[in-house]
Write a new protein. Structure first.
Length: 133
């Protein structure tokens, strides 16, 4: 299922860039960090941005990957808000209430942030680095 998730995410993010790089660079970085947490975490790592950043719907995700992945992906997706700060605050409040058996979801959020920080450092993008820190 990891390959299917990678292919699905690459197709969904087609044409998008991650800084000056193809978006798959970010997806692979997140998925690599999640290897120790198992297949579900890796699948979520590949899919973590599809609901926010692409035309992919929750229904499509559920049809392709089932209700467990779809449900967990909704937990990773930012809440609605007037600005980034409000969206993140609402999302982190939601994540703080997750039961312990959903630690894999939190691992995806942390892996995403770590991949963003590393990429900002590698690219010398001080503005993004300040935002992620």
């Amino acid at each position: 299922m990891k390959k299917k998730a990678r292919d699905f995410a690459i197709n969904a993010h087609k044409g998008q860039q991650y800084g000056n790089h193809p978006y798959v660079l970010h997806l692979d970085a997140v998925a690599h960090l999640l290897q120790p947490f198992g297949e579900t975490a890796v699948v979520l790592g590949y899919l973590h941005d599809v609901l926010e950043d692409t035309p992919v719907s929750l229904t499509q995700v559920e049809q392709e990957f089932g209700p467990l992945i779809a449900n967990r992906l909704t937990l990773l997706t930012d809440e609605q808000g007037a600005n980034r700060k409000e969206r993140k605050r609402k999302t982190y409040e939601k994540l703080s209430r997750l039961p312990q058996d959903m630690d894999g979801v939190l691992a995806v959020k942390v892996a995403d942030r770590l991949a963003n920080v590393r990429a900002s450092l590698d690219d010398g993008n001080v503005k993004l680095l300040k935002m992620y820190l």
